[in-house]
Design a protein around this ligand. Structure first.
Ligand code: ADP
Ligand code: DP6
Length: 328
């Protein structure tokens, strides 16, 4: 059995849209922070048909009338202690296929996230990168971080950035995934406004926006400029510019949902209130900026030196996850 740990990342320049879904070429280049305190732990081992049969029978005994959900399973996938049905398992099986020689090499994956799953808190980035790391060990491939990142993007685009830290970039033109240097010590406070599973996944959301949003071409164009500028501001260690651009880029990404057909939004009322709260804090001299992904939760970008003070302020009002970045 192999055991691995992998970290979630949150983008400050967003990946939103695919230019070529088959080759996994993103429509936009992206930059993210890899977070030390938001992670997945994954165990993986080889199993046989009998192991699958026993596990499925046990599940069916627990939940009667669920036989159909587990039909035709060729691997076992336990997420946060629960055996996943064949649809969810097949998704992960396809990722494992990138490593195994044939489907007779069956695996059991047991994985836990320390953050809410599928709530826009980037469990897919730590989850999928963890599966890739586990496969690398179980199948004794010895791939480099760069090679693993390139494989991981086929599991989930954003997961590819979790192989580099504290800051990672994914360039849409060269396809490269690499560490971005800065002397800034960045950190994040995640404000958990809603832990429920989101209704529209990032994958479906970005596809709808790319296909139908009247703002999508503009988003892609502006994002090219954002990517260049963000790298410049990071190199210049200019936190104010990094923060301001983080907010602008996130709002632009979300504008593609409002202009999609049909229009939709990942935000709720609390998201808007929280953005205002952060702006007000800034007007009072605090150094903090917001960003949001495919969900209503708000992530606060700040400097590591202000983490304790800001965690105190946000902790009074919100459920928070406080995290420094991780050096990989
Ligand atoms: P999030 O905002 O949390 O990233 P997504 O909807 O983008 O939400 O992705 C959630 C999906 O990622 C899950 O339904 C599951 O398929 C996958 N996932 C999450 N955690 C793990 C994990 N620990 N191991 C494997 N896959 C995971
Ligand atoms: C809003 O990586 O979840 O978090 O490649 O289809 O699996 P797929 O999408 P995913 O999208 C992440 C979108 C985002 C922004 C980001 O992380 O850059």
């Amino acid at each position: 059995m192999v055991k691995v740990k992998s970290y979630a990342n949150i983008a400050i320049v967003k990946y939103w849209g695919k230019k070529d879904a088959e080759k996994m070429i993103p429509a936009t280049s992206s930059i993210s922070l890899t977070l030390n305190d938001m992670f997945t732990e994954t165990e993986m081992e080889f199993i046989n048909d009998e192991d699958i049969k026993i596990a499925v029978e046990k599940e069916i005994k627990k939940n009667r009338n669920c036989e159909d959900k587990f039909l035709g399973m060729t691997d076992l996938f336990y997420l946060n202690g629960e055996l996943q049905d064949s649809v969810h398992t097949e998704k992960i099986s396809k990722v494992v296929d990138l490593f195994r020689e044939n489907r007779n090499q069956k695996v059991k994956i047991s994985t836990t996230n320390n953050m809410p799953t599928a709530a826009g808190l980037s469990s897919s980035s730590s989850g999928l990168s963890a599966v890739i790391k586990a496969c690398n060990e179980l199948f004794e491939k010895n791939y480099t971080q760069s090679e693993l990142a390139q494989i991981s993007k086929f599991g989930s685009g954003s997961s590819s950035r979790s192989f580099f830290g504290p800051i990672a970039a994914w360039d849409k033109d060269t396809g490269e995934i690499y560490e971005v240097k800065t002397n800034l010590k960045l950190a994040m406070i995640v404000l958990v406004l809603n832990e429920n599973k989101k209704k529209i996944s990032s994958r479906n959301g970005m596809e709808l926006c790319a296909k139908t949003s009247t703002y999508f071409d503009e988003w892609v164009k502006q994002s090219e400029i954002d990517f260049i500028n963000m790298k410049k501001y990071l190199a210049e260690n200019d936190f104010e510019k990094v923060g301001t651009l983080t907010e602008e880029n996130a709002l632009r990404m979300h504008k593609t949902t409002e202009t999609a057909n049909p229009p939709f939004s990942y935000f709720n009322e609390k998201t808007y209130e929280t953005m205002d709260f952060i702006k007000n804090l800034r007007n009072n001299g605090e150094k903090c900026y917001f960003t949001m992904d495919a969900g209503p939760n708000v992530k606060v970008l700040c400097l590591e030196e202000d983490l304790e003070k800001l965690a105190g302020i946000f902790g009074e009002k919100y459920k928070i996850i406080v995290s420094k970045t991780v050096k990989l």
